[in-house]
Design a protein around this ligand. Sequence first.
Ligand SMILES: Nc1ncnc2c1ncn2[C@@H]1O[C@H](COP(=O)(O)OP(=O)(O)O)[C@@H](O)[C@H]1O
Ligand SMILES: O=P(O)(O)O[C@H]1O[C@H](CO)[C@@H](O[C@H]2O[C@H](CO)[C@@H](O)[C@H](O)[C@H]2O)[C@H](O)[C@H]1O
Length: 456
Amino acid sequence: MSALTDLLRDWMPHQRWFGSKGREWTDISEDGFLLDRSDPVLSVHRVRVTYADGPSETYLVPLSWRDHPAEDLESAFVGAVAGDGRETYAYDAMRDRDATASWLIHLVNASTVGPMHFHPAGVAYIPEGLPGDIVSGEQSNTSLIYGSEAILKLFRRLEPGLNPDVEVHDALRRTENPHIAPLLGHIEIDDPDPANPPATVAMLQTFVPNASDGWRLATASVRDLYMEGDLHADEVGGDFAADSERLGAATASVHADMAQVLPTEPAGDDWYAAAAAQMDERLTAAIEIVPQLAEQADGLRSLYAEVARSREPVVRQRIHGDLHLGQVLRTATGWIVLDFEGEPARPLASRRELDSPLRDVAGMLRSFDYAARHMLVEQPDDAQRAYRAQEWAARNRAAYCDGYSAASGLDPCGGSPLLRAFEADKAVYECVYEARNRPHWLMIPLNSLSRLTSPE
Ligand SMILES: Nc1ncnc2c1ncn2[C@@H]1O[C@H](COP(=O)(O)OP(=O)(O)O)[C@@H](O)[C@H]1O
Ligand SMILES: O=P(O)(O)O[C@H]1O[C@H](CO)[C@@H](O[C@H]2O[C@H](CO)[C@@H](O)[C@H](O)[C@H]2O)[C@H](O)[C@H]1O
């Protein structure tokens, strides 16, 4: 094993973007190349980790190199490597501001460097020369903001094939949809196996300045309501319903444009049974991780069976795949939908499949539930606030559906068994997500499942 892989073995498990914390490593290997030779030297590494308990993963790790320790980069320090009678010091290049301009310069030049290919999007303006600031709080990806002009999202875990975020944004460029942040370019890296397509490494997108994400705004509205325990949501300052309605309309607009520029197909007879079976399988796997789900299993399975029985008309299309309040930004003029990657845990091929747009509606409806109820985690016995939470969720869910139907002509929420099943399926996914990432929030989706499975 090389000195560098030794360093990476110690460093990677502590990084937020490293998704397999706690798994036993059986091997680590890396192959790297120089992206820039000076000021500072910038190298890019594909790091393959194999595990005792399942398939290997490949992560992308850009490093910047210095001859002397850089005091202002202490938190980005990866380690020192000895060679040629002296040591060089490796840093996380995404946290080294001096190394961040490089990505944009290569994009402007549409460069190819070793296995890496830079693709600017048409005639888009790329703010070459600006340094990038890392976005704090990122999870599976790492993002850099360049001034107030552009944001580069680096996809840490490499998978062969075009990332759906790039694919969808690229297709939507033609529509000039006002609810997305336009694509400025993307970066790919060849797969070591020439039979595989390249993996997407990064996406550059227009930065939306002076915006606030939907989760922050919605939870501020809920907080206002909780302050006034005896007032209704429409009587309190900070009512969110008008925004929810606009968000419904924005979702419908993005769906319509996706259907226009990407493939669509009416659901065939076998789709319903297959969709129900897939939800069933997800439940079975989820029970292994969250055993409390077993109590709801019968109720959930009958919701899924209803999908196969009712066969509501569905035109399958590309969808967002993981729509929630944290994925939308409110600007002075309206809503922007971000991050068309789909559910991060799913394999890339399944995230590209055509599906019912009701999946996204269900995701957002779940999110209203989350926003309303997450503060109850600390006060589970506060019946008054629980009642207010229920009211807030119902009001904003209805407003969202109104906005969606006014813009699309289709009422997504009029008692659809498919929507109900999708909400349940999302809540099952959330149970697994919370059990793994925020166990103290597990009760939010678990409680929602009891409501979804009990007759009204
Ligand atoms: N185009 C953009 N303009 C402004 N902020 C953005 C933009 N894209 C992402 N962000 C900010 O970065 C955060 C993470 O972005 P996202 O694409 O959702 O990454 P992830 O896949 O890591 O969740 C968002 O919640 C948002 O606050
Ligand atoms: O990281 P992503 O944004 O791709 O999404 C993952 O993390 C989300 C949490 O940040 C998770 O969303 C769940 O929690 C949200 C509140 O934090 C809530 O608004 C969503 O409705 C709820 O699903 C998402 O499921 C997960 O894929």
